[in-house]
Write a protein that binds this ligand. Structure first.
Ligand code: ADP
Length: 356
């Protein structure tokens, strides 16, 4: 059992840099949580405070109801995995994986059983006699995982553990880590700047910006219902297109274009009549379609993705991206497009919050 509660956590470094501000989060036992955000947003600082490697300036951190703010790292029963695998170069894979049991003076036969079971589980049993410099990046990462599993910690903390791997291996190892975590059921906090990792691995995602938590939710929640403009453009590839305009008589108008809003959408924004507002939609919510309420877009260029095209278009003065089936003829100077109105979001131009 390990349920984490972070309550009003703040971090101010010596010299006055505020890295984390009023951060609140409850992590349920066995959950896989990903902290994601741009570089410098405070992710690693959060993780290091949870690990006990960094002091907590404000707020309380508790594990299973017990406040651990001042508990030293070794007493937190936490296992850390970083991007630089931190394997012992002068020890074989076998000794690396068995290390934590050895330092606890466990009997040799227990270490043997443990190393064999863990390495089978991770698919590294054929490398047990090798040394770290005889392994690929992906193999090293699995050994590092093996070493952290061996401790059977109550909490896994991982800081960008895949960033040294090439793209293909990264995609594979993502799945492996999730599989292992689910099997062991150990509560995990994983830090990354890569929203794809966040979306594919997390039970729930924490999106951070400037030391502040922006949104906490499942991948589908944060994708479909981003709380603000930042989350809308940070989560999802390509980012959500966001256009500034005005509401005028049931129309969203910008440049010399106008989009008639259906009654559901208009209901949401009717209080903004005449005011600046932002409209957002995703690449897959665009269809190439002529007719009532379609918009004329100029084609800039296309990228073939196999099965679909990414189309880069101009809609008035706004650059937009559309993902369309590769059976559609897109080799034209202009295309008529429709935006699925059930997927349109509006954002308050001042607060940048999504209008609900
Ligand atoms: P991230 O992991 O999201 O890239 P960090 O947690 O490393 O962000 O950093 C958050 C902020 O705190 C940044 O502005 C960074 O410059 C600052 N920072 C990080 N470590 C220290 C430190 N030891 N002393 C002073 N400022 C720091």
């Amino acid at each position: 059992m390990s349920k984490l509660e972070l309550s009003h956590i703040g971090k101010i470094y010596d010299g006055g840099v505020r890295a984390v501000d009023d951060f609140n989060l409850t992590v349920e036992d066995g959950e896989f949580i990903v902290l994601v955000g741009p570089s410098g947003c405070g992710k690693s600082t959060m993780l290091r405070m949870v690990a006990g490697l960094e002091s907590i300036t404000e707020g309380t951190f508790s594990i299973d109801g017990k406040v651990v703010n001042n508990l030293p790292p070794v007493e937190r029963d936490i296992s850390l995995v970083f991007q630089n695998y931190a394997l012992y170069g002068n020890m074989s894979v076998y000794d690396n994986v068995g290390m934590s049991l050895k330092v606890r003076h466990r009997p040799k036969v227990e270490i043997y059983e443990h190393v064999i079971n863990t390495s089978k589980f991770l698919g590294i049993e054929e490398f047990l006699n090798r040394y770290p410099n005889q392994l690929s990046g992906g193999q090293k990462q699995r050994v590092a995982l093996g070493r952290s599993i061996a401790r059977n910690p109550q909490l896994f903390l991982m800081d960008e553990p895949l960033s040294n791997l090439d793209a293909k291996l990264r995609a594979f190892t993502r799945g492996e880590i999730v599989r292992i975590q689910k099997k062991l059921g150990i509560t995990t906090i994983y830090v990354t700047h890569d929203q794809v990792e966040a979306m594919t691995m997390a039970d729930r995602i924490v999106i951070m910006k400037n030391g502040m938590l922006q949104q906490f939710g499942t991948p589908t929640e944060v994708y479909n219902f981003p709380c603000n403009e930042f989350v809308a453009s940070f989560i999802g590839m390509p980012p959500m297109t966001i256009i500034s305009g005005k509401i005028q008589n049931r129309f969203f108008v910008w440049d010399n274009l106008r989009l008639k809003l259906n009654s559901n959408l208009y209901e949401r924004v009717k209080n903004y009549e005449g005011k600046e507002i932002k409209l957002g939609f995703r690449a897959e919510n665009i269809s190439i379609e002529d007719g009532d309420n379609s918009l004329k877009a100029k084609v800039r260029f296309k990228e073939y993705l196999g099965g679909s095209y990414s189309l880069f278009l101009m809609l008035g003065t706004n650059k937009i991206t559309a993902t369309v089936d590769d059976e559609i003829d897109v080799d034209k100077e202009f295309l008529n497009i429709k935006i699925d109105q059930s997927k349109i979001h509006f954002f308050n131009a001042e607060t940048r919050e999504r209008i609900k």
